[in-house]
Design a protein around this ligand. Structure first.
Ligand code: MTE
Ligand code: MO
Length: 428
């Protein structure tokens, strides 16, 4: 097995070596310091215990404590010409569990994040409906509500990795994803309110959805999906949507590519054909080896990534117990199993799912293992309830070539070195 890596030289973290040298010896096999060694944090009075802390009103709406200031969205400057039509990445290497806090959930917009007041919000349903309707925000709140957790993955997630290992961190290779608990109204409820009698046979009908921002980000969605599980969401993780995620109302299209999750949703038109807008022709289609393009590749196939250890989350402790963890998801249903390999895919161990997989939502996996300083080629491989198995990069290239940007769901490899640092590599 050979290791292939392209792109930038990895940044060396001098502090890491220092940390390892000073603590490795002190750490007992079980991963805890021995009580016999005097520790000033135990034996001496500490400043935080000798005064008072902040009063309850000091932060009416709180931010993370300053020591977590590193757990932030990050941009890759060379990726886009400006930040108005750009993307940043969720710090998945530093999060655990499955819910992405809104404040660090990646953003993607085509003409900036707009500020739209609830009072100024209108949603129009027009086209082949019995009665064209316009809803205010308050109108939407009066329909029966649904509450569900789903991942949103931009189809371009991992898109920079087609030609070789590029970006050194799970945040950058896999961070165009977030997972939130949405509250809203089922789209079906609103379409039925407008009435679909006039649309006739619904099998070949579509809806065209657009946002209130200058880009509008218009997309066509088949009626079958529109009537299935699509949501008109106004809350995420319990609170109002953040501006950057479409406040006050966005579309939630479970399991389908993020581009269809129209933010600042302003109009839904029932049509008898797809509109073939910019976002579904020149963008969000997949160019194959022979130059032709696949269109309507809406579903996000099963995928996973080890979030730690990973390039931004090196092993900083000594030898002994090691928690390997990551995320898995599938747009076709629930994750049923995740395997982890330490040797670049030669042998596999089945990881523990923190909770049973939920359809079209992130699943957290753990492999509780022992590390004795050996180098690892860490990989994870997801399986979903349809029996689909996440492919290797080689398998994906065989079918898709290297001309694609979108829908790269291949197995990722991190080369973990003896000093605990990790690097984005490819195995062949
Ligand atoms: N109105 C509008 N909706 C939009 C976009 C946009 O630019 N404008 N970007 C789309 C794309 S490409 C993605 S991946 C998701 C990103 O959602 P997020 O910013 O909440 O992460 O929103 C989609 N919906
Ligand atoms: Mo996207």
């Amino acid at each position: 097995m050979t290791v292939r890596f392209k792109g930038k030289a990895p940044s060396r973290r001098a502090f890491l070596k220092g940390t390892l040298a000073s603590t490795a010896g002190a750490i007992a096999g079980a991963g805890a310091a021995s009580a016999a060694t005097p520790d000033p944090l135990i034996t001496e009075k500490q400043s935080w215990a000798m005064g008072t802390g902040d009063g309850v009103d000091a932060t009416p709406y709180g931010l993370p404590i300053q020591y977590e200031g590193d757990v932030i969205r990050r941009n890759v400057e060379w990726l886009t010409a400006d930040t108005i039509s750009s993307i940043n990445f969720s710090p998945i290497h530093a999060l655990d569990g499955t819910i992405t806090p809104q404040g660090c959930a990646f953003e993607r917009h085509h003409s900036g994040a707009i500020e739209l007041k609830k009072e100024d919000y209108r949603l129009m349903i027009n086209g082949l409906v019995d009665q064209e309707l316009i809803f205010t925000y308050e109108d939407l709140e009066r329909f029966p509500r649904v509450n569900k957790t789903f991942f949103l993955e931009c189809a371009a997630n991992t898109g920079m990795e087609w030609a070789g290992a590029q970006l050194n961190g799970a945040q950058f290779t896999h961070g165009m994803i977030h997972n939130m608990e949405y509250t809203g109204v089922s789209l079906r409820t609103l379409l039925e309110e407008a009435g679909l009698g006039k649309a006739g046979d619904l099998k070949d009908k579509w809806i065209y959805v657009e946002g209130a921002d200058a880009s509008s980000n218009g997309r066509s969605i088949p009626m079958e999906k529109a009537l299935d599980d699509v949501m008109i969401a106004f809350k995420a993780n319990g609170e109002a949507l953040r501006k950057e995620h479409g406040y006050p109302v966005r579309l939630v299209v479970p399991g389908w590519e993020g581009n269809m999750w129209v933010k600042w949703l302003r109009r839904i038109e029932v049509t008898d054909q797809a509109v073939e807008s910019r976002e579904e022709t020149s963008k969000y289609t997949d160019t194959l080896e022979n130059g032709t393009s696949r269109k309507w590749t809406w579903v996000m196939d099963a995928k996973s990534v080890v979030t730690s250890p990973s390039p931004q989350s090196p092993i900083k402790h000594g030898h002994g117990p090691l928690v390997i963890t990551g995320l898995a998801w599938s747009g076709r249903g629930a994750i049923t199993r995740v395997d982890v390999s330490k040797d670049g895919g030669k042998t596999w161990e089945t990881a523990r799912l923190a909770n049973p997989g939920q359809p079209m939502a992130l699943t957290r996996f753990y492999l509780d293992t022992t590390w004795t300083g050996e180098e690892m080629l860490l990989q994870s491989r997801a399986m979903d309830e349809t029996g689909y198995v996440q492919p290797t990069k080689h398998m994906l290239r065989e079918v898709r070539g290297e001309n694609s940007i979108y829908h790269n769901n291949c197995i990722q490899t991190w080369w973990v070195k003896a000093n605990g640092e990790a690097e984005n590599v490819e195995v062949s």
